[in-house]
Design a protein around this ligand. Sequence first.
Ligand code: ADP
Length: 633
Amino acid sequence: MKCDPNLFRAAPPSLAVKPRLIRQLFLPPLIIALMIGLGYVGFWISEFYGIRTLSETGERQLELHARTVESEISKYTYLPSLLELETSVSKLLADPNFETRSTVNDYLEGLNRRSRSRAIYVMDTTGRVLATSNWRDADSYLGEDLSFRAYFQNAVRGQPGRFYGIGSTNGEPGYYLAHGLEEHGKIIGVAVVKVRLEALEERWQRARLEAFVSDENGIIILSSDPARRLKAVRPLSDDTKERLARSLQYYWATLNELEPLARERLSEGTEKLTFPANTEVVADEKEVSFLAQTRPLNDTPWNFTLLTPLNDLRRAAINQGILVAVAFALVAFLLIAWNERRKVIATRLAAREALQEANNQLERRIAERTTDLRASNERLKSQIRERRQAEETLRRAQDELVQAGKLAAIGQMSTSIAHELNQPLAALRTLSGNTVRFLERGALDTASANLKTINELIDRMGRITASLRSFARRGDDQGEANLGKAVDATFQILGSRLETLPLTVHRHFSSAQLQIDQTRLEQILVNLIGNALDAMQAQPAPELWLEGDIVEGKYRLQVRDNGHGIDPEARKHLFEPFFTTKPGEQGLGLGLTLSASLAAATGGNLAVEHPASGGTAFVLSLPLASPQQVEST
Ligand code: ADP
């Protein structure tokens, strides 16, 4: 099979290699860049929506906790104004003596205990403390001048005094609610309740809530994280710092700013703050981010800020980002794999199509060749038919020739036969006449001997006619012949000619069974021996050698004479039909031709040799009927 080379020819190297090289060089970095980019986008979107969701839930939390703070603060609002109703307080303010002071002190002590506030005290309009619930304590406010306190200054002017500050006496922080005590429309003193709001901080800590409250100065006064307490949520100018330091509102505390690592404003009242991590709480993180949501507290100039940790959200967003990147990588891998598979399938399909095409071409060629072969087969068949016809014609011609040869031989022999038969007939006539006479004389013995001779003569005549008949009959190719019998029959046929020659016959052959018709073998031998007799006519001591042996599975009989031999010119034409050197009617020139043809028809052959000692030797090779049965004679 020869395929079209164009079908499988590879693309030129420059075209086949370049795109693959470009893909191999640029595809991995591109995929990695896309992974990082998409991962970041995934992270960003996740964080953005996470913060939005958190800020929505944070709004509700903010509202809830801010109201808790408001209610905590407002539950004491009414308390200073209650003292207005107390007559002992009015008396004390009108006439501050020991007795009224003691009475009011006791009253305030009891009231403070019941309301669970930190301290309750009453000041005159100059800001001096006239009575206090903590009158028993060593650091009692009694007699102190607190006129510098802003809450006093507000209250004495009839405004509600709300104030967060650190106590100047004991340095304790507290929330001060002041109320101007009126009598007949005139402010006669100021009642103050100091409340501690640390309970709120403890509650936040227990609930693990991150929150703080900043006052009107932006200073954190309450914080779930003590580290943030008394830090300023916004930058303080030097003037403000000085003013606050002078007011002793925060006692002697240094007012630093709350310094987050990062601050990002997301919307009104919402910020993203990042602080250094408190390593006691979170060991594995360096910084903590919060969503800071701030809302003003009602009835106060304060703000409540709720801090929602963003680290979990950030971690989730990072995970989402990684997930997106991995998903992209997976999709990219699947796409590449799919593309590769598609290419492989396309290549296979192309190869299959090419193969199919080559196959089709091959089948077309086979069909063409088959047609050619069929035609030449037909031609061969017709040639074989013609050959067979020619062979048949030739065979028929050969048969005709054999027949013609036989007839010719009969013609030749007829004279000798006639002579052969005339002699016994003449003898028979004489013997039968004599026998009649011997019978008449009663010489029975002589008559009987004559009759015996007559019988022998009749037998001889019968043999002569039988051999003539068998010679003339058209024999078939099949059959077996006995060489000894054939030689005997030949000598009988040629008997009359042998009588005229002083011939010496040398018989050196076995009585082999040969694969040839008996008559045909006799016919060949009659020809060969007859020719030898002709050649030895002038020979004073004619000799004939019949020598046989087995060569290569065939019986080889040599018929040699010491006749005149054959001259070189005649040797070339020996086996040609009608070649003869014999004069007149004596030769037909068919004997050797027919003999060679009969030998060849049985698978044997006839050849001639010219011995150096003189004479001629014909070598007849014939197949053995059964090579084992070889008897020597
Ligand atoms: P024919 O005997 O009728 O001539 P053959 O074919 O038998 O035809 O022989 C052809 C010729 O071969 C003979 O004429 C003779 O010259 C030659 N020839 C055949 N046998 C011998 C032989 N034994 N010795 C010499 N010559 C021979």
